[in-house]
Design a protein around this ligand. Sequence first.
Ligand code: WQD
Length: 331
Amino acid sequence: MTKKIIVTGGTGYIGSHTVVELIKKGYNPVIIDNLSNSKKEVISRIEKICKKKVSFFKIDCTKEKKLKELPIWDDVKGIIHFAAHKSVSESVDFPKKYLSNNIGSLEAILNIMKYYKIENLVFSSSCTVYGNPEKLPVTEKSKIQEPTSPYALTKQKCEEIIIKSSCINNYAILRYFNPIGAHKSSLIGELNLNKPNNLVPLISKSIKEKTKLYVYGDDYNTHDGTCVRDYIHVCDVASAHVKVLEKLFTSNKKKYILNIGLSKGVSVLELIKQFEQANNIKVNYEISNRREGDVEQIYANCKLAEKELKWFPERSIKQALIDAWNWEKNN
Ligand code: WQD
C-alpha cells in the first residue's frame, strides 16, 4: 500500500510536527509550502530528527495550475491541508488576505483531489469556528456562532465547502484549540517569520529579549478576568492527524469532525504562572487593553476524538511550556 501523504503547509508549526509523526509511523510525506511563515531550514531539521530525506516543493497552494503540474500526484493515499494564515489578530487587520488565501488554497486542493482522484483529506480547522460559546466545554455539536474574526470566518467557510463538496467523500476536519510547545529535540517549534501573535511564543520572547509581555485585558467575565483557552501540546495535535488518517484508510466511517484539545480551560494569568513554575523563571507582564477578535473563554470536550480515534493527549501543559522555552533558548 502506498504511504505517500501530501502535507500542505508542512514546514509550518503543526505541519512540521505532523510530518515528523507521519515518518515515525512509516508514511512518506511530501511537503508543499510557500515559506510565507516558515523557513526551508525546517526541512533539514525534520530530516535530522527522522534521519530520512523529505520531499519538498515551494509552491503557493492558491496557484492551482502550478500545483497540478507538480510530479507528485501519482499514488497519493491522502492530503493533510495545513497551508493557511493563522493569526486571529492579523486577520482583523488583513481580512481580504485571509479570505483569499485560506479559502482559495482549499478550493485549489479540492480541485486537485478531484482531478487526480485522491480520496482522503484531513483539514486543519480551529476552535475559533465556535465563536464565543454559550456553553462550556464545547463539543462538536456546539452551536457554530457568529465568527469573532476573519480568521474564524475562513475556517467556518472552509468547513462548509468540504462538507458540501460533491467531489470529496472521505474527510476529517480537526478543530484544534491552542497548540503550544515544541518537539523535545528543540529542532522544530513555533517559528514566526513575522511578529509572533500567540501567547506562549510572546512569553518566551519577552523573557529572552527582556521586554514586557502585555496581557490583553483582565476585565473579562472569567474567574481572574483574563481570557481562558485550552492549551494542548503540538505533538499531541500531530498524533491526532496520523490517527485520523489511519481511520480514513481502515474504517467504514469516512467523515469526521473532531475537537483536538486537552479539555482543560486555563486563563492567561494562570498560563503565565505555570510557565514561571515550569521553567523556574519570572515573566515581566503588564495588563493592557483587550485585543480585538479575542474570544472570552473556550475549552474543549474531546471525548469524541478519544472514542473514534483512541487518541489521548500524552503531554501536560507543564511539559509543553518546558519544551516551548527550550525551543526559544535553542533558536
Ligand atoms: C491566547 C490568549 C490573548 C498574546 C489561537 C491561534 C489560532 C487558533 C486558535 C488554531 C488570548 C492572550 C496573547 C499576548 C495576551 N488555533 N494574549 N498577550 O487568539 O486563542 O488563537 O488559537 O487554529 O490559530 O492563533 O491564541 O495565543 O494569540 O491568544 O494576553 O501577548 O492570550 O488575548 O486571550 P488565540 P493567542
